[in-house]
Design a protein around this ligand. Structure first.
Ligand SMILES: N[C@@H](CCC(=O)N[C@@H](CS)C(=O)NCC(=O)O)C(=O)O
Length: 228
């Protein structure tokens, strides 16, 4: 059975959404990143980057949420746009835009606002600005089209949903007023049965919630190590 390595963060959650949408059977394997499970050699053999999500599907091992979503969409033939160069161009562009822009800038915005030991105004401003700029681009696309790739719900919408549903945590309370089209998509996906099923992941395993010294060192290793 497909193995799905997860915690409750945005990137694993969008993969859970796809697995539920497609009705795939999977074994959910918790990786408690606040306890340092991501650094265990057995997990590093699955994802050398030491982050979730990752999947093992027969002899295929896939890490990074956008890669996993594309892999699963192509494996099942579900939630893909039509098979034309124009549609593939849109699919790959938005998938990579989320993977290289929305995800990392949102993650760093959260890091500098909520977790960094020092409140650095420059870093907070830069990542807040960039996260907002990326969300605005998504919002403008969703003003022009019902879904990210046009008229049909696809894997690109699931990719957006992962971080977009956390928008107030990324850019602050009250932010939804400025991203009404994105809110429309997030609300629509939240109401889908697959999203409700994906959210039951939180009931399957009790993840560590404290952010103590062990967690800080596991998740932010630069606090104690140097890269050679
Ligand atoms: N580019 C990756 C990012 C994955 C990622 O940042 N995962 C976080 C979720 S908490 C993680 O595993 N963090 C643990 C760590 O950084 O030690 C993706 O899209 O899947």
């Amino acid at each position: 059975m497909l193995k799905f390595y997860y915690n409750l963060a945005p990137n694993p959650t969008k993969v859970a959404l796809f697995l539920e949408e497609a009705g795939l059977e999977y074994e959910a394997i918790p990786v408690d990143t606040r306890k340092g499970d991501q650094h265990a050699p057995a997990f590093r053999a699955v994802n050398p980057n030491g982050k979730v999500p990752a999947i093992v599907d027969g002899d295929a091992t896939v890490f990074d949420s956008s890669a996993i979503l594309l892999y699963l969409a192509q494996k099942t033939g579900k939630f893909l746009p039509e098979d034309t160069p124009a549609a593939r161009g849109r699919l790959y562009s938005w998938m990579f835009f989320v993977g290289t822009g929305v995800g990392p800038y949102s993650g760093q915005a959260v890091h500098f606002k909520h977790h960094a030991p020092e409140k650095l105004a420059y870093a907070i401003n830069r990542y807040d600005f960039e996260a907002r700029r990326h969300f605005k681009i998504l919002d403008a696309n969703l003003q022009a089209h019902r879904y990210m790739l046009g008229d049909t719900y696809t894997v690109a919408d699931m990719n957006v949903w992962g971080w977009a549903r956390m928008l107030p945590n990324v850019v602050g309370e009250g932010a939804w007023d400025k991203y009404k089209n994105l809110k429309r998509l997030v609300d629509e996906i939240n109401a889908r049965p697959a999203a409700a099923k994906a959210s039951t992941l939180k009931d399957r395993h009790k993840f560590k919630t404290e952010m103590d010294q062990e967690s800080l060192h596991a998740m932010f290793p630069h606090l104690k190590e140097k890269v050679a």
